[in-house]
Design a protein around this ligand. Structure first.
Ligand SMILES: N[C@@H](CCC(=O)N[C@@H](CS)C(=O)NCC(=O)O)C(=O)O
Length: 217
């Protein structure tokens, strides 16, 4: 039987937390990478929502939507707890990180066409919104270091991949590395995540030269 196959672009994006969950959970999967140019000229017909990422199961069924996939893989790997209350705790962090921070605040600025408006929106994000929202998140993270429940969950993977995106300074006008560097709790969190078996091996194999980001110097 074919293993699971996760299809996405080469970059990390919303697929990375799913890739990490599969790797940590030791679930064999094919990491299918679609070059951006190929996507522009001929989108794979298999894509259920006309978007990436999507997941092909050994049965041949195909599913899209990154949150649903992360939840599914989280259940397969116990990185999403079976208890409804614990899962609720965990998923509320995931939604804040991926919907509020990633999509509503940052991705929305990618769609601004007017340059001056975009620069202003990014400045607002850099100077106020991101620091404030990250501080609010930090205030809710228990001292164990994990985002919730005192153990590794999909919430940690969502925060880790989000901070790698912002911290890599690929977003014009946002000095994410500085924002993270100024927050010791986040720096310690990133260091803890880089020590997780699965994260370390994935980064060594697939993100050499890009990760880990140095938030100390
Ligand atoms: N709600 C979807 C959004 C997926 C999405 O926006 N994918 C982008 C890449 S991150 C995409 O497929 N862009 C190319 C396109 O729409 O043609 C999810 O979370 O999976």
């Amino acid at each position: 039987m074919e293993p699971l196959k996760l299809t996405y672009f080469e970059f990390q994006g919303p697929a990375e937390a799913i890739r990490l969950a599969l790797t940590i959970g030791k679930i064999p999967f094919t990491d299918e990478v679609i070059p951006f140019e190929t996507w522009k000229t001929s989108k794979p017909l298999a894509s259920p929502w006309g978007q990436l990422p999507y997941l092909t199961l050994p049965s041949g069924e195909v599913f899209g939507q990154s949150h649903a996939m992360l939840t599914y893989v989280g259940r397969l790997t116990s990185l999403l707890p079976p208890s409804p209350l614990e899962a609720l705790t965990c998923e509320s962090f995931v939604q804040y990180i991926n919907q509020d921070l990633r999509d509503r605040k940052i991705s929305s600025t990618m769609r601004i066409k007017n340059d001056a408006e975009k620069i202003e929106a990014r400045k607002q994000l850099n100077d106020f919104t991101l620091p404030e929202m990250l501080d609010s998140l930090i205030s809710k993270i228990p001292s164990s270091g994990y985002v919730c429940l005192g153990r590794l969950t999909v919430a940690d993977l969502s925060l880790y991949t989000f901070l790698n995106w912002v911290g890599s300074n690929v977003l014009d006008g946002i000095d994410g590395r500085r924002i993270i560097k100024e927050r010791e709790r986040l720096v310690v969190f990133m260091e803890m995540m880089e020590g997780v078996e699965g994260v370390r091996e994935w980064n060594l194999e697939k993100r050499k030269g890009k990760l880990p980001i140095d938030f100390r110097s």
